[in-house]
Design a protein around this ligand. Structure first.
Ligand SMILES: *Cc1c(COP(=O)(O)O)cnc(C)c1O
Length: 453
């Protein structure tokens, strides 16, 4: 084996998920229902199976991974950990840079780590069909793959701009047997209401969530599935970090800084939560979440109770938010265009256990190109933000005259995102500054909603 590739065998696929809720230094505020009182599990049964509701509110540190889920994980797990020796040379740095590569899954990202258990628990509960939303198509294709594994039907509401601009992800969903429609669609009340007001609506993740939740809530045979944000999703993703902890030991290294991009927070949670457990136990580790300046939820948003969707059908979640009707600019990192954030990640940022940084897309693609030329792998548009943050760490280490060990999550490949690379290479890509007025509008929208303690 190469001395820069750290590969675990199939027998080292984690047997349990790590639930960080058991170790938080202070408790998280609860999600609230329409009456302003905490959500009770029975309110969620129309759209989620009991097993996932239990995980959502669990305070147990470890949750066993069912064998049928581990069997499917074995198609691509454990994923490789690489030391980026060629990129280190290119950056001319004495720092040691490692990355965990989640692009080896069938869908090309970390998302199947949660789509597989979600499809499994729904199938176990006798559910026949799942409804979900997708932005750029990463989540929709991951759930389509998982539903095919367990014989479930699947309907995906795909944000209109991506449906038109990124046809190949839709074809992947159809290849795995799912139905995919452009959102807003005429199939739901939520979609029809938007279309009446704006027939040419480009859609948003918030609108698509409203459609999928309505679909699931109004059909007996159908549940809803979400690819990020929720506690159980973050927990499922911790297979990434558990493997990385072990692989860093194989490499004889321990990270000073752990970095991941954050859209809804799930790949960030997956890599960093097992390292945060070490930080809680006294390890000296900095943890950094990276987002786009065009959708700066953690760096410029408000910490407040807000809805997860545009129509206000979801419970109120305590999180950093840009307001549930926020329409981000059409940046290429579709997975990072969400107005909210995982309550767990927001809670950690608020308690100063996690730092947040934001970068514009052109500087991210500039560094992604250097990475791709050195390491070979073409990163998805989302993890280009993590790559940009690694370069910032390298520059800071140079100024401070220190050598650091840096670990980041390469959450997916960019092989379906050539339009984004083309836009960068042709010089057409632009950076958009988010006007303060948009943030003020969010603040106004949040007035009247409860405030987290
Ligand atoms: C969806 C996606 C993201 C953003 O979602 P998180 O829940 O924040 O992880 C990041 N990277 C890739 C490759 C994605 O597909």
């Amino acid at each position: 084996m190469s001395q820069h590739r750290y590969l675990l065998g199939e027998d080292r696929i984690p047997t349990r998920w790590y639930n960080i809720a058991a170790d938080l230094p202070s408790p998280m505020p609860p999600p609230l229902g329409p009456d302003g009182n905490p959500v009770t599990p029975d309110m969620l049964t129309p759209i989620f199976p009991m097993e996932l509701i239990g995980q959502e509110v669990s305070q147990e540190r470890w949750i066993d991974i069912p064998d049928p889920v581990r069997d499917i994980y074995a198609l691509w797990r454990p994923t490789p950990l690489f030391r980026a020796v060629a990129w280190e040379r290119e950056l001319d740095t004495p720092c040691r840079i490692f990355y965990k590569y989640e692009g080896v899954s069938p869908a090309g990202s970390h998302k199947p780590n949660t789509s597989v258990p979600q499809a499994y628990y729904n199938a176990q509960a006798g559910v026949k069909r799942l409804a979900t939303e997708t932005g750029a198509g990463q989540w929709g294709s991951s759930l389509a793959f998982a539903c095919a594994q367990f014989g479930l039907e699947c309907k995906v509401y795909m944000v209109r701009v991506s449906y038109d601009g990124k046809p190949y992800r839709r074809v992947m969903m159809e290849t795995w047997g799912s139905e995919c429609v452009a959102s807003p669609s005429s199939d739901t009340n939520a979609g029809r209401t938007i279309l009446e007001r704006d027939p040419a609506s480009p859609g948003s993740l918030g609108i698509a969530i409203s459609e999928a939740v309505e679909d699931a809530a109004t059909r007996e045979d159908t549940n809803y599935s979400l690819g990020s944000v929720l506690n159980h999703v973050c927990t499922h993703q911790t297979v990434v970090g558990q493997e990385a902890v072990e692989q860093m030991k194989m490499a004889g290294a321990s990270p000073d800084v752990v970095i991941a991009c954050a859209g809804g927070g799930s790949n960030f949670a997956g890599l960093t939560f097992p390292f945060l457990a070490e930080k809680f136990a006294g390890a000296d580790i900095r943890v950094v979440a990276v987002e786009p300046t065009a959708c700066p939820t953690l760096t410029r948003g408000h910490y407040a109770y807000d809805f997860g969707d545009v129509a206000g059908m979801t419970p109120l979640l305590p999180m950093h938010t840009l307001g549930h009707s926020f329409m981000p600019a059409a940046i290429h990192a579709g997975g990072l265009r969400y107005h909210g954030m995982a309550p767990l990640v927001s809670h950690l940022v608020r308690n100063e256990l996690v730092e947040a940084q934001a970068y514009a897309q052109r500087e991210c693609f500039a560094e992604a190109l250097r990475f791709a030329r050195a390491e070979g792998i073409i990163p998805g548009p989302e993890p280009t933000h993590a790559i940009r943050a690694v370069v910032a760490e390298v520059e800071r280490a140079r100024e401070e005259g220190v050598e650091k060990t840096i670990l980041f999550n390469l959450s997916g490949h960019g092989n379906f995102d050539m339009a984004a690379y083309q836009s960068y290479l042709s010089g057409e890509m632009v950076d958009t500054e988010l006007p303060q007025a948009d943030l003020d509008r969010a603040a106004a929208e949040l007035e009247g909603l409860p405030t987290p303690a």
